[in-house]
Design a protein around this ligand. Structure first.
Ligand SMILES: Cc1cc2nc3c(=O)[nH]c(=O)nc-3n(C[C@H](O)[C@H](O)[C@H](O)COP(=O)(O)OP(=O)(O)OC[C@H]3O[C@@H](n4cnc5c(N)ncnc54)[C@H](O)[C@@H]3O)c2cc1C
Length: 288
C-alpha cells in the first residue's frame, strides 16, 4: 500500500490493527481487593512468536460482547510467550475481566503506543516514581531493567500508595527493599497496624535520595495530580526536562490515532505517547 507520505508500506497489507488476537488467561493472582494480575498467552502460535513490546506500551483488551479497554503491559519485554496485565476493577470491561477464570479467552489488540526509551537509558542511573496503579506500566520497565541490571547505574524506585493494603506487588517490593542492586522505598498516605515503613506522599521521599543530575533518567506514572509535584522534585534535583519521562493515561478508544479520543494538545496519547518526555509535554496544552 502507498501511504500518504508517498512511500510503500508493505506492512499495512498484512497487519490489521483492529483485529484482536485471541488470548487465553493462564494465571490470575489477586493483588489487592480491587486489582488482579492476569497472565495471558496468545493462542495463535505465529502471533505469539511475533508479539513483542517495549516497557510503557499498552494493549486494547476486548471482552467479547462487552467492549474494549486500554491496559498497560506489566511484564518485561524479555518475557516471551506471555504477557501480564495488572487490572483494577473500574467498570464494564475491567469488571467482566475480573469475573473471568483461568482458561477463558479474551481479545488483545496491540501492543500500541510509544514506551520508555530503554536503550537510551542504558548506562545511566534511573529514578522511577509511581503512585497507585501507576506502578503497572513502570513494573514492565523495572522488570526489564532487572533483566539487564548490569547495563544501568543506580536504580531508585519510589512508590506511594494510599494505604498498605493497596500496595501492588507488596510482598515482592517489601523484599526488594533489602536488595543491594535496587534502592526501593515504599510509602503510604495512611498507615495501619501492619505498616512500619514511611508515611507521607511520595514526594516526601525525595529528601532521602541523592541524584547525579548529569547521568539520571526519571520515569513517572501515577494519578494526574501527582505529575506536577513529582516533576517539580525532579527539577529541584536538576534532572533535565528531556530526561524526565511521564506516562499519561487518557481516555482512548481505537489505540491507533484515528478516533481522536485521546488528544493531548496537538498529539494523541495512543500513538505519540502514552510516554512523553517532560520537554515535549511542557509544549502540549493541558498535558500536565
Ligand atoms: C494507556 C492506558 C493504560 C492503562 N493501563 C491500565 C492498567 O495497566 N491497569 C488498569 O487497571 N487500568 C489501566 N488503564 C485504565 C483503564 O483503561 C480504564 O480503567 C478502563 O478503560 C475502564 O474501562 P471499563 O469498561 O472497565 O470501565 P467503564 O465502564 O468504561 O468506566 C468506568 C468508570 O471509569 C471511568 N473511566 C474509564 N476510562 C477511564 C480513563 N482512561 N481514565 C479515567 N477514568 C476512566 C469512566 O468514566 C467510568 O466512571 C489504562 C488507561 C490507558 C489510557
Amino acid at each position: 500500500m502507498i501511504g500518504i507520505d508517498g512511500h510503500v508500506h508493505p506492512e499495512v497489507e498484512t497487519v490489521n490493527p483492529y483485529r484482536p488476537h485471541r488470548a487465553r488467561i493462564t494465571s490470575i493472582v489477586d493483588l489487592t481487593d480491587n486489582e488482579k494480575l492476569f497472565e495471558l498467552r496468545l493462542i495463535d502460535e505465529e502471533s505469539r512468536a511475533e508479539f513483542s513490546h517495549s516497557a510503557g506500551q499498552f494493549v486494547e483488551v476486548s471482552i467479547f460482547g462487552v467492549g474494549e479497554a486500554p491496559i498497560s503491559i506489566s511484564s518485561a519485554p524479555s518475557k516471551q510467550g506471555f504477557i501480564e496485565l495488572c487490572v483494577r476493577r473500574a467498570g464494564d470491561v475491567t469488571g467482566a475481566l475480573h469475573d473471568m477464570r483461568c482458561g477463558d479467552i479474551i481479545g488483545i489488540r496491540g501492543p500500541f503506543g510509544r514506551g520508555f526509551p530503554f536503550e537510551q537509558m542504558k548506562g545511566s542511573d534511573v529514578l522511577l516514581v509511581a503512585g497507585g496503579l501507576g506502578i503497572a506500566p513502570l513494573k514492565s520497565l523495572i522488570n526489564h531493567i532487572h533483566d539487564e541490571r548490569h547495563a544501568f547505574g543506580n536504580v531508585t524506585i519510589l512508590y506511594g500508595s494510599r494505604t498498605p493494603s493497596e500496595i501492588l506487588f507488596r510482598r515482592q517490593f517489601e523484599m526488594w527493599q533489602h536488595r543491594d542492586d535496587f534502592d526501593m522505598v515504599l510509602t503510604v498516605d495512611q498507615a495501619d497496624e501492619t505498616w512500619t515503613g514511611e508515611v507521607g506522599l511520595v514526594t516526601k521521599l525525595f529528601d532521602r535520595i541523592d541524584v547525579d543530575p548529569s547521568n539520571t533518567y526519571g520515569a513517572i506514572c501515577g494519578p494526574p495530580v501527582m505529575y506536577k509535584y513529582v516533576i517539580a522534585e525532579m527539577r529541584k534535583k536538576s534532572i533535565d526536562a528531556d530526561r524526565i519521562y511521564v506516562s499519561f493515561e487518557r481516555r482512548m478508544k481505537c489505540g491507533v490515532g484515528k478516533c481522536g479520543h485521546c488528544g493531548v494538545g496537538h498529539q494523541y496519547a495512543c500513538v505519540d505517547g502514552p510516554v512523553f518526555n517532560y520537554w515535549e509535554a511542557m509544549n502540549l496544552q493541558e498535558a500536565i
